[in-house]
Design a protein around this ligand. Structure first.
Ligand code: HEM
Length: 189
């Protein structure tokens, strides 16, 4: 499906996400034993069409895959790597977003897509006590670096993407809001 008009109709609210995005204004706030570290970063997010998935012959999801690779500005090294999918059930306007990261933590979120003028905004959430939109993690992480909740606000306006993520952790004996935000530009459709 090369035709952009056909892609737009097919993917609906997810269509504006498709492309290769780059941004170098990222800021990560992550936990340390005795406080927090603030690390500026740059990243690439590649978002590609997958197609559709029909579940139990009834539920039709349209699906994109993504790969997010995040590098520390101070040394250029990859310090976060994330893979997952964007899903939309156009009939109900529900949006789902999954992520898995190399710490052996997986999250499935649920949310919505809303048009705001020319932009589209996604608000997504998962919580460790939600049996559907929750967190899967190893026993070690559950005990020592628990992900209690994850939220993401992401908007696309033309070729500009902005996001803010909050990963609510319990680590080093306390709650900690591990946050990430960046502004990216679409380099390639
Ligand atoms: C741009 C996105 C992200 C960046 C740059 C990032 C970076 C970091 C960094 C630097 C640490 C501290 C690691 C250390 O001290 O060894 C950390 C910890 C952690 N991150 Fe992220 N992270 C991101 C997103 C996420 C997401 C989406 C999740 C899960 C939903 C997540 C889960 C965790 C967990 C569970 C820890 C605690 C592990 C530990 O410090 O021992 N992170 N992250």
């Amino acid at each position: 499906m090369e035709d952009r008009g056909a892609l737009k109709v097919f993917f609906g609210p997810l269509f504006p996400l498709i492309g290769t995005w780059k941004g170098d204004k990222g800021m990560d706030v992550s936990p340390e034993v005795d406080g927090a570290e603030e690390a500026p970063y740059f990243e690439t997010i590649q978002i590609e069409p997958v197609g559709d998935a029909i579940n139990a012959g009834v539920q039709k999801l349209v699906v994109l895959s993504y790969k997010q690779i995040v590098c520390r500005k101070s040394n250029g090294e990859v310090f976060h790597h994330q893979l997952g999918y964007w899903y939309c059930e156009k009939k109900t306007n529900e949006v789902f977003y999954s992520l898995s990261i190399p710490r052996a933590v997986c999250v499935l979120t649920k949310g919505s897509a809303e048009k705001k003028g020319n932009a589209i905004e996604f608000n997504l959430r998962a919580s460790h006590d939600d049996k559907n939109f929750g967190v899967l993690e190893t026993p070690f992480m559950g005990k020592n670096a628990k992900t209690k909740a994850f939220t993401m606000h992401l908007s696309v306006d033309g070729d500009t993407m902005r996001y803010k993520m909050n990963t609510a952790l319990h680590i080093y004996g306390r709650d900690f809001d591990h946050t990430d935000e960046n502004t990216l530009t679409r380099e390639k459709v």
